[in-house]
Design a protein around this ligand. Structure first.
Ligand code: ADP
Ligand code: MG
Length: 234
């Protein structure tokens, strides 16, 4: 696509759980080689958004387009089309080394130097380290490295900083900021830490009760009185 065109576009996305409208007519757009932040109070629908985009909620209504083409079908099919995601909960299979986990996540052939370079970029322990000796926060970064080495078009990150000590948020932010240029991957970042969002995101969409409360350049959105009110109310 031409520079500046969005790589991932979502229109009119809706998802109900019984009487709960987890998402109501949500529109979002991830900039090509940029980072969209999605923020909002607990229960706002952020994880549901990631689930719906990545194909884990086939009952969701609405349109998802990747590079102008409809993105449909199972999560595996959407991953093959270039859309990958992380989960809020840890999903690490037991008994793997760091390098084996990277390969497990990427699901493709990777050279050892390629893996080592990506691990180094994120400050992760070396490839041969048993995952059981890596803490939760670092394991999440190993997972991110694996996804990026699969060279998707877009990576959806659901609260990657959760479980990391606050001082590591800054390091994570500086790394994520470089992901589009370094890996050629656009990012949708769901995050609670507004300082991290501020340091990483080009544009921001705010969800509240399943609806888009505000959307646009980060400086405008974070100065929006309605956004501040939603956060104070949390
Ligand atoms: P967030 O990630 O922003 O904290 P979620 O997307 O997890 O919010 O949840 C949005 C709303 O949908 C909440 O009211 C939550 O209770 C509800 N919800 C999410 N997943 C399910 C589910 N599998 N079944 C029933 N309700 C759900
Ligand atoms: Mg969530």
């Amino acid at each position: 696509p031409p520079p500046g065109d969005p790589v991932l576009v979502v229109r009119g996305l809706s998802m109900h759980f019984g009487k709960v409208a987890a998402l109501s007519q949500v529109d979002i757009s991830v900039p090509e080689h940029g980072v969209l932040g999605v923020i909002g109070p607990n229960g706002a629908g952020k994880s549901t958004l990631v689930d719906a985009i990545s194909g884990f909620l086939p009952r969701a209504d609405g349109v998802v387009e990747l590079d102008g083409h409809p993105l449909t079908g199972s999560p595996t099919r959407r991953a093959r089309a270039g859309l990958r995601r992380t989960f809020q909960q840890d999903r690490v299979p037991p008994g793997l080394s760091v390098g084996a986990y990277v390969r497990f996540v990427a699901r493709r052939r990777l050279s050892e130097p390629e893996i080592a370079e990506a691990l180094d970029f994120f400050g992760c322990p070396p490839s041969r380290t048993p995952l059981s000796r890596v803490d939760v926060g670092a394991r999440r970064l190993v997972e991110v490295a694996g996804h990026l080495l699969a060279r998707p078009r877009v990576l959806l990150l659901d609260e990657p900083a959760a479980g990391l000590p606050h001082e590591e948020h800054v390091v994570l932010g500086s790394r994520l900021r470089q992901v589009p240029a370094r890996f050629g991957v656009s990012v949708l970042l769901i995050e609670h830490d507004l300082d991290l969002v501020r340091s990483v995101c080009d544009t921001i969409t705010v969800l509240d009760f399943g609806q888009v409360l505000a959307s646009g350049p980060q400086d405008e959105v974070l100065a929006d009185p309605a956004v501040l009110k939603a956060y104070m109310g949390e």
